[in-house]
Ligand binder design. Structure first.
Ligand SMILES: Nc1c(NC[C@H](O)[C@H](O)[C@H](O)CO)[nH]c(=O)[nH]c1=O
Ligand SMILES: CC(=O)[C@@H](O)COP(=O)(O)O
Length: 161
C-alpha cells in the first residue's frame, strides 16, 4: 500500500513496548532542513511519548543524506539500542538524486548487515518538495513517527533475540 493511501503517523499505541530502558541515536541530514527538522521532531516526540528518556537520546547532524551512512556507523559505536537516520532527498535536474538515494539506501542496509545495532531508514526520496511536506507532518503524516516506532520495536527485538 503506497503512502498516498495511508498515514505514516497512524499506529496502535497500545502495541508499542515501553522505551524507558532503551538508548537511541538520531542522525539528521541538514539538506532540506525544513523537512528533516520536522521528521526529527516527529521521531523525538514519539520516542519520549513511549517512555524514552531525553538523556538517552543522542542527536547528531550531518551535511547531507549521503553522510548519514558514516554518521550512523559512528553512532552504532555509542552503545545505543537503535539508530534513526533522517534525511530528505529531492529530485533535481540531474541523476545525482539517483546516486544519492541508492548509496544511502544500500549504505544503511549494509550497516544493518555488518553491525548488531539496527539503523532505521527515515529518508524521504521524493520527486518534489510538496511530497516531502506531505510526509513530514502533512496530509500523509510524519515519517519520523513511523521511524521512531520501528526503532523501539527493533531495539526490543535486538535485546530479546
Ligand atoms: N541533493 C540532496 C543532497 N545532496 C548532498 C549529498 O547528500 C551529500 O551531502 C553530498 O553529495 C556530499 O557528499 N542531500 C540530501 O540530503 N538531499 C538532497 O536533496
Ligand atoms: C539529490 C540531489 O543531489 C539533487 O537535489 C541536486 O540537484 P541537481 O540534480 O539539480 O544538481
Amino acid at each position: 500500500m503506497a503512502t498516498k493511501n495511508q498515514n505514516l503517523s497512524a499506529y496502535d499505541k497500545n502495541t508499542i513496548p515501553n522505551a524507558k530502558d532503551l538508548r537511541f541515536g538520531i542522525v539528521v541530514s541538514e539538506w532540506n532542513s525544513n523537512i528533516t527538522n520536522n521528521l526529527y521532531e516527529g521521531a523525538l516526540t514519539t520516542l519520549i511519548e513511549h517512555g524514552a528518556l531525553a538523556d538517552n537520546i543522542y542527536s547528531w547532524h550531518v551535511p547531507g543524506s549521503y553522510e548519514l551512512i558514516y554518521g550512523s556507523k559512528k553512532m552504532q559505536e555509542h552503545q545505543v539500542d537503535a539508530v534513526i537516520a533522517i534525511g530528505c532527498v529531492i529530485q533535481g535536474e540531474t541523476k545525482h538524486f539517483d546516486f544519492v538515494c541508492e548509496a544511502v539506501a544500500n549504505g544503511i542496509k549494509d550497516l544493518n548487515v555488518m553491525h548488531d545495532t539496527p539503523v532505521i531508514f527515515c529518508v524521504l526520496t521524493d520527486n518534489a518538495m510538496q511530497q516531502s511536506i506531505d510526509r513530514s507532518g502533512g496530509k500523509h503524516g510524519n515519517k519520523g513517527v513511523e521511524a521512531a516506532v520501528a526503532a523501539i520495536k527493533m531495539a526490543v527485538l535486538r535485546r530479546e533475540a
